[in-house]
Design a protein around this ligand. Structure first.
Ligand SMILES: *Cc1c(COP(=O)(O)O)cnc(C)c1O
Length: 407
């Protein structure tokens, strides 16, 4: 009890002007990027207060994305678990099939406001690449997407979609050829192109103001959920669960509830195939604070402080770092972070498909798996909301391969 009460209380009014969330966050970048980041922070600040910007973004979220996304009562899943009522926040029903589009539309609008004429993005599973290519096609902006060659192999349908949308794909052959290396390459491009190029980061990671800005664009998830809970069961949920890769769907879901102490919040990292370094992607559970991609947060690293390779069967969670606000929420005890292995996520994927008729993304299936465990220990008159961050069509081929199915 005493150690918990000595912790600072989590506040919703972070970060400070330096982008610090308590001890975490900030801006660790070469000087070439400082001016572009200042320009972005200033433009974002102006846009936030500009009713015209807010109106344009809200209109797109409604007519182009299809928001608000439904809050769906998973009755058969709840009954099969035998505890709390499980509700799914259906981000999988958004245009392009995941929550990523909430952020890319906001940042594409900012690109135009800053007078920049080119966009770059990184992608892991390809969801952020598709969402960036989509936003850019909508506004007529050229878009280059950096993607590890290992992820290109795992996510062929998304690669083809990006090309259909007019984006150029740059295959990244360095390091583990996955998301971390794609971010490195995108940062390198940005250093030599900041004058005319905006880098749309796809999660609540990177140097200030990205973690704050991406959280704010994704907070529509939590704001809608609050309203929908009040409308359907007349109060706030008892518990909210979301998966954590970089942490953007979780941050968007959690942030509007941070000061509601009665709402328990649980973030689920990728437990992969075991607890040994290299077998999972759970920096909050197993990592240490360090700097990665311009921000101070928990990172999977070896004894020399080098960033480790990580593993998850879901490309979207296969990242060795995590957004700084999650490190802050963990340090303040506001959010509990746990991990879920590949096998449990795969089981949840099958159970959701068969009991509810919903094929979820493998990323989201990590949250569904832990939501079922948590709900089982709760009472039937309690309510648990899971962020169903995306749909699983993109994963079908990889799952078939893992199961030895040939067509
Ligand atoms: C990208 C992605 C994630 C992981 O990213 P976060 O920034 O942690 O949200 C989770 N689910 C889906 C469907 C994704 O596409």
């Amino acid at each position: 009890m005493s150690s918990a009460s000595a912790r600072p209380h989590a506040s919703a009014s972070v970060p400070d002007s330096q982008g610090r969330f308590g001890d975490f966050g900030g801006r660790f970048v070469p000087e070439t990027l400082t001016r572009a980041l200042d320009q972005l922070a200033d433009e974002y600040d102006r846009a936030k207060k500009d009713p015209e910007f807010q109106r344009e973004l809200a209109g797109l979220l409604k007519t182009f994305v299809g928001r608000p996304s439904p809050l769906y009562h998973a009755k058969r899943l709840s009954n099969s678990v035998g505890g709390a009522q499980i509700w799914l926040k259906r981000e999988d029903l958004n245009h392009t099939g995941a929550h990523k589009i909430n952020n890319t539309l906001g940042q594409a609008l900012l690109t135009l406001r800053m007078g920049k004429t080119r966009v770059i993005a990184e992608t892991g599973a390809g969801q952020h690449g598709v969402a960036s290519a989509t936003a850019c096609a909508h506004f007529g902006l050229p878009c280059t997407v950096y993607m590890g060659s290992e992820d290109i192999r795992r996510q062929k349908p998304n690669v083809f979609s990006m090309k259909l949308l007019g984006a150029e794909i740059c295959a990244v052959e360095s390091g583990s050829k996955t998301l971390r290396d794609a971010v490195n390459e995108a940062m390198r491009d940005w250093m030599s192109s900041v004058e005319n190029t905006h880098y749309i980061i796809g999660s609540v990671i990177g140097p200030h103001p990205f973690p704050m800005m991406v959280r704010d664009f994704q907070a529509i998830i939590g704001r809608e959920t609050r309203e929908q809970c009040r409308d359907t069961f007349d109060r706030l949920p008892d518990c909210i669960v979301a998966c954590v890769g970089g942490g953007s769907n979780a941050a968007g879901m959690f942030y509007p509830f941070v000061e509601d102490d009665g709402v328990r919040m649980v973030g689920v990292e990728a437990g992969g195939r075991g607890n040994a370094p290299g077998d999972h992607a759970s920096p909050l559970s197993f990592g240490d604070p360090g700097v990665l991609h311009g921000s101070y947060s928990y990172v999977m690293q070896d004894e020399d402080g080098q960033t480790c390779d990580v593993h998850s069967m879901s490309a979207g969670l296969d990242y060795p770092g995590v957004g700084p606000e999650h490190s802050y929420w963990m340090a303040t005890g506001r959010v509990d972070y746990i991990d879920c292995g590949d096998d449990a996520a795969m089981q949840a994927f099958d159970q959701l498909a068969r009991t509810e008729g919903i094929i979820a993304a493998l990323e989201s299936s990590h949250a569904v798996a832990k939501a079922m465990t948590i709900a089982a220990e709760m009472k039937p008159d309690q309510h648990l909301v899971v962020c169903l961050s995306g749909r699983g069509d993109k994963d079908a081929m990889e799952i078939a391969r893992l199961r030895g199915v040939t067509f």
